[in-house]
Design a protein around this ligand. Structure first.
Ligand code: E4P
Length: 224
């Protein structure tokens, strides 16, 4: 299971890349627009932080298959390392996925809300599909159950397409999706921090510190 960071905030990427086992960074047009800066400079800065081996995901803003392919080829060239283009599911997007497969460019089909959409994308050659967990939960759907169905369906049909679950609001959603076997989870820095945090962990660490200090004071193992 891979953790991916879902942001274009440079400071958040720098921080999480240092403290968490990230496999890459995902973005989408809303995430990029939030930074209100030059697109290629932002891409270059993200790459310089994560290095060439972690995957950078950028989403096309084109609407026709030919233009999506053109944009994906440019993004792939200019991203200077492991790259995957994100394409929202549509007829043109599926056509572009099949075209990009022939060019050897990785594709993530995004904005997935049903297992049937995911199956079609995988059959078109997508390397990843991204079901939106919290957006499903928000409409009284069951995002984690949709992820589980997609995972089961890919197994049943022997498809190598990975399930990259996206759109998270809670650590509980992350836990439930990991438990049903999705291969990747993309989350904000806040959700990563929420996954680590647990009050009993803090209490346990405080106990260790107190017991040690009662006997050895400020001395550490390095001081013996
Ligand atoms: C990632 O691929 C998606 O674009 C993103 O996770 C959507 O998240 P949101 O529902 O929090 O906007």
């Amino acid at each position: 299971m891979e953790y991916i960071l879902d942001t274009a905030d440079i400071e958040a990427i720098r921080y999480c890349n240092e403290f968490y086992p990230l496999a890459g960074v995902t973005t989408n047009p809303s995430i990029i627009a939030k930074e209100k800066t030059n697109f290629w400079e932002l891409v270059s800065e993200i790459r310089s932080i994560i290095g060439p081996d972690k995957i950078f995901f950028a989403q096309t803003v084109q609407k026709t298959a030919e233009k999506i392919v053109e944009e994906a080829v440019l993004l792939n060239e200019k991203s200077r390392g492991e790259f995957c283009v994100k394409i929202p599911i549509s007829e043109e997007g599926i056509k572009a996925t099949m075209m990009l497969k022939k060019l050897g460019i990785r594709v993530l089909v995004t904005a997935i809300f049903t297992p049937a959409q995911a199956l079609l994308a995988a059959k078109a050659g997508a390397d990843y599909v991204a079901p939106y967990v919290n957006r499903l939960d928000n409409i009284i759907g069951d995002g984690c159950n949709v992820v589980a169905e997609i995972v089961a369906q890919f197994k049943l049909h022997n498809l190598s397409c990975k399930v990259l679950a996206a759109s998270f609001q809670t650590a509980e959603q992350v836990h439930k999706c990991a438990a049903v076997g999705c291969q990747c989870i993309t989350v904000s820095a806040d959700i990563l921090k929420a996954v680590i945090a647990y009050p009993m962990t803090d209490a346990a660490i405080e106990g260790f510190d107190r017991d040690w200090q009662n006997v050895y004071g400020d001395k550490t193992i390095l001081d013996f």
